[in-house]
Design a protein around this ligand. Structure first.
Ligand SMILES: Cc1cc2nc3c(=O)[nH]c(=O)nc-3n(C[C@H](O)[C@H](O)[C@H](O)COP(=O)(O)OP(=O)(O)OC[C@H]3O[C@@H](n4cnc5c(N)ncnc54)[C@H](O)[C@@H]3O)c2cc1C
Length: 488
């Protein structure tokens, strides 16, 4: 295919303008008039601009655009190669975002692909609406967020059994022109800087849960929709030099309140089809975990690089225990990369959409999540206690003792005091405090909890092939040779 003129692409300025639509956002109890100028939230908006800016950069253009001329995020993967290209784009934008995922198209297209893959199951009129909505987002180069996670109340009960009927988002009225929904979703990332919010069910449901089996999309500025922004990962009072990763950028999660929100029919993708709720929920998660393992790659690379830099700065590259930790960090990072790529290569095509290998995606996500805290420990160990006892650049500039501090901080390989401090600041930001803590919790919970990944792995693994082999080894099978079926 020949690349057409990318007329559908928006500029960062157009994106910013589109967010000035009187959406209802609150930050620490106060109404946010304009998210693009808010002292803290604007850093999330500016971070999101990276997606639009990247597409303008000659070096990234090939990666950021697909052959049809629109943002590659919207390219429905038809093969493992398409998934690899998508993964490379997610990795590259997160790398440019200094290990923080941009997310304004990644998560939304995960939901769009899951909906597309489910079209045959959902049937009409939903299938047509899903396709028109997909084209709307793609052709207008929109930013999207996904509100899937409900507040959930008592985790051991399904929605209809909850003592509080508002523990899950539900349909409270069915009208000829649409539905009215009430409830709340939590942890909704990038909602304050998205154009569209895609809402999906969070779990499998039964006949009594029909009103909770709901999927739809609405513009973020829809009446009745209130975004309560979390202040965690605040940029306030942080200098770029002391917090080189997190001072100028932010991800925002919201508690998202639907106060009897009307959704017109054209935007309703599921309204009561309880038997399909679980499949849609899982379908989204499988795409989203592939996105996750792709956007974790810059983080694990940064951990390896940070350990190497700290070891070099401290003259410890040859120390036995440091080499051991470096080897383990490299294994950690490269295992994740290999699993991510292999999950794409082993994709299966459903309803024309290539779905990455579910078991490998979950193994990758699990090994990342289980290994991150250990990896942080290794980096912190090699870097030393200065991570939390450092003096500041204001001290280095102090006439009375600044010159002395610079001299004392000089370390191996003639690293100057200033450079030593820069290295420390980067590693502190990466591994401790709000940003390191955010990444640590994100690793465990975002895209589903560790237990959810284990359940998926157990469900996906072909037990029979291992059982059969074990039976053969134990002499429980009559044949002389084991089955010729090769383990993939
Ligand atoms: C930074 C961040 C960003 C996120 N972004 C988004 C987003 O953009 N959109 C979105 O929809 N969601 C988002 N999420 C939500 C994420 O998917 C959830 O955090 C995750 O599914 C876990 O749900 P939870 O936080 O409610 O924790 P819980 O479900 O309360 O989990 C806590 C513990 O309870 C266990 N548990 C829960 N239920 C059961 C059960 N029935 N039986 C046994 N054990 C159980 C879990 O395994 C875990 O150990 C985000 C989360 C984070 C942390």
């Amino acid at each position: 295919m020949t690349r057409t003129d990318p007329t559908t692409l928006r500029t960062a300025e157009q994106f910013l303008e589109s967010l000035r639509d009187d959406r209802t956002i609150y930050y620490r109890g106060e109404r946010v008039e304009d998210v693009t100028t808010h002292p803290v939230l604007r850093h999330a908006v500016e971070h999101a601009c990276l997606d639009y800016q990247m597409a303008e950069e000659p070096e990234y253009r090939e990666l950021a655009l697909c052959d049809a001329g629109y943002s590659r995020y919207f390219e429905i993967p038809r093969s493992g190669e398409d998934l690899l290209a998508r993964s490379a784009l997610i990795e590259a934008s997160t790398r440019a975002g200094k290990t923080l995922v941009v997310l304004i198209k990644e998560i939304g297209t995960d939901a769009l692909f899951a909906l597309q893959a489910m079209s045959a199951v959902l049937g009409e009129p939903y299938a047509g609406r899903i396709n028109r909505f997909y084209e709307h987002c793609r052709d207008n180069d929109l930013a999207m967020c996904v509100a899937q996670t409900d507040v959930k109340g008592d985790r051991s009960l399904v929605p209809s059994q909850q003592p509080n009927p508002d523990s899950y988002l539900r349909i409270v009225e069915r009208r000829s022109d649409g539905i009215v929904v009430r409830g709340a979703k939590i942890h909704t990332s990038a909602s304050v800087n998205a154009n569209e919010m895609i809402v999906l069910p969070t779990r499998a449901m039964g006949p009594d849960d029909a009103d909770y089996a709901v999927a739809f999309a609405i513009p973020v500025a829809t009446p009745g929709l209130t975004l309560v922004a979390s202040p965690y990962l605040s940029t306030k009072g942080k200098s770029d030099i002391e917090y080189p990763l997190s001072a100028p950028r932010k991800m925002v999660e919201t508690t998202t309140i639907f106060d009897d929100v009307f959704v017109p029919n054209e935007r309703v993708f599921m309204a009561g089809e309880y038997s399909a709720a679980g499949e849609l929920a899982r379908g989204f998660v499988e795409f989203h975990r592939f996105t996750a393992i792709s956007y974790k790659l810059p983080l694990v690379d940064a951990l390896v690089g940070a350990a190497l830099l700290a070891a070099r700065t401290n003259g410890l590259e040859r120390a036995g225990h440091v080499r051991d930790k470096l080897a383990q960090l490299i294994c950690y990072a490269e295992t994740l990369r290999a699993l991510t790529h292999h999950a794409a290569e082993r994709a299966k095509v459903v309803n024309g959409v290539a779905i990455p290998d579910t078991m490998l995606v979950n193994i990758a996500k699990l090994q990342f999540a289980e290994g991150l805290h250990k990896a942080l420990q290794f980096v912190q160990d090699i870097a030393g206690g200065l991570l939390v006892t450092y003096p500041t650049f204001e001290d280095l500039d102090q006439p009375a003792y600044g010159a002395a501090l610079k001299r004392y901080l000089v370390s191996a390989s003639h690293t100057s005091g200033e450079d030593r401090l820069r290295v420390i600041h980067m590693i502190t930001d990466l591994t401790t405090g709000e940003y390191g803590g955010y990444q640590a919790v994100l690793a465990i919970h975002a895209e589903g909890s560790i237990e959810a990944e284990k359940l998926t792995i157990l469900a996906q693994y072909d037990r029979e092939r291992s059982l059969e082999y074990a039976r053969w080894l134990a002499g429980l099978e009559p044949q002389t040779w084991p089955s010729v079926a090769v383990f993939r």
